[in-house]
Design a protein around this ligand. Structure first.
Ligand code: NZQ
Ligand code: ZN
Length: 389
């Protein structure tokens, strides 16, 4: 194993009824004013809003609402949230939603407690968080990003056409409440897209050194098999509690830093998807689904042994009578077939990327990730975008 330091400051409450049981006690630790941050209104339709506001009111809290956090949250929205938090003297932020709400809230929690420009000092380049962000708690409503148990926040700066994420441990939520029944109402497309995002996080970690036998890769293989199983079961029956709860925890496990220990991490596909998102506002998991098979067809020969292992251990490909190259390639094609099976787009055109979009400009704006098996450059990224179209 390579050396590592592990820390995770988020206290996590998991399971049916956890919001009812613990929220009042958790917010009780902070002052009176709670900023209730959420997205486009799904929580009003599925009853989560009423449940949470009821608990907060009974606890005697003053609720300041901050609705309308969009998918792919913008820096402008972060600045609005921080201004509101300051104006109202917010004591704790409670974010209810998926990755977009949680990420936006983390950035707000930093911006509300910082005098400078957080984009310039913490997102445009990595910074040192030597101050206490405003306390944040989250209630997760969709599985996918794993944002509930890390300090990562992916923010889009619309003016600069950059979508980028940073992971600051100081921005970890203080607490996360995860009730799998809250995810029952997630639309089918978002269920598949979030599920694929989980798989992507694990693959992006797995397909990178170190390659000696290691605990992280072993856990990753079990998680990938689990995501495939539980996503299939959740799509077949949206109210399958066992499948939904597994999927929700797999999402957290993929991004709570645990499987990254001792690994370099690739995340080239994420870099490409983020810039695609900056230019097109596409759905995160669906963008990843389009890019992954194309990217892996480009690089699998550079990580042949690991791609072979993936094919055999994750997809159950029988290697008998096949060359290593054939087995590895069959694993990538099994991944592509799974994407079709779960109903996600397989081309950028299907994703809704307009023909007039200059993919060369997007490719040139992507970071080249150093940790994966492939020898990537901007030219290779441009070719991947073109093939994915
Ligand atoms: O906005 P509302 O109305 O709530 O609807 C949302 C939204 O339309 C809906 N939804 C969520 N829970 C629901 C529900 N609809 C019905 N019932 C429910 N229970 O789902 C839609 C998508 O929500 P969003 O939060 O945008 O999705 P996701 O969780 O996939 O988050 C995507 C964002 O997270 C970033 C992505 O780049 C993207 O900006 N990421 C964050 C990461 C992190 N912090 O660690 C890592 C990821 O790789 C990712 O980059
Ligand atoms: Zn992701």
């Amino acid at each position: 194993m390579n050396n590592f330091i592990f820390e995770n400051a988020t206290k996590t409450f998991f399971g049916k009824g956890c919001v009812k049981e613990y929220l009042s006690c958790l917010v009780g630790k902070y002052g009176d004013t709670v900023m209730l941050a959420y997205g486009g209104g799904s929580i009003k339709r599925n009853g989560i809003y009423d449940e949470v506001t009821g608990i907060l009111t009974a606890a005697g809290k003053t609720v300041v609402e901050f609705p309308g956090i969009m998918a792919n949250p913008t820096y402008a929205k972060v600045q609005m949230g921080a201004a509101l938090a300051r104006e109202k003297g917010v004591d704790v932020i409670l974010g209810i939603g998926g990755g977009s709400v949680m990420d936006c809230c983390k950035a707000i929690s930093m911006a509300a407690a910082y005098d400078g420009d957080i984009w310039d000092d913490f997102w445009a380049r990595p910074g040192v968080v030597d101050f206490q962000p405003l306390p944040l708690g989250v209630i997760v409503t969709v599985a996918g990003t794993g944002s509930e148990m890390n300090g990562g926040a992916v923010i889009t700066n619309e003016a600069r056409k950059v979508k980028t994420g940073r992971d600051y441990p100081a921005a970890n939520p203080r607490f996360a409440l995860m009730d799998p029944t809250y995810t029952y109402s997630v639309p089918r497309f978002q269920l598949a897209s979030g599920g694929f995002d989980i798989l992507s996080h694990i693959m992006e970690t797995y397909f990178s050194p170190c390659d000696a036998e290691n605990v992280s890769d072993d856990i990753s293989e079990a998680l990938m098999r689990g995501v495939i199983r539980d996503l299939r079961a959740s799509l077949a029956n949206p109210e399958d509690y066992n499948a939904r709860s597994n999927l929700m925890w797999e999402s957290t496990m993929a991004e709570n830093r645990l499987i990254k220990l001792g690994k370099k991490g690739d995340f080239q596909c994420h870099q490409m998807e983020h810039q695609l998102g900056a230019y097109t506002d596409c759905n995160h998991g669906a963008g990843l689904a389009v890019l992954h098979p194309v990217y892996y067809r480009h690089i699998y020969k550079d990580g042949l042994a690991k791609f072979k292992r993936f094919a055999v251990r994750v997809w159950g490909i029988d290697p008998t009578g096949k060359t290593d190259d054939e087995v590895a390639a069959a694993g990538v094609e099994a991944l592509a077939a799974f994407i079709r099976e779960i109903g996600l787009p397989t081309t950028l055109r299907e994703l809704g990327v307009d023909e007039s979009i200059d993919l060369g400009i997007i490719a040139a704006s992507c970071n080249v990730a150093p940790g994966g098996y492939g020898k990537m450059c901007h030219g290779a990224i441009a070719r991947i975008f073109q093939e994915a179209y």
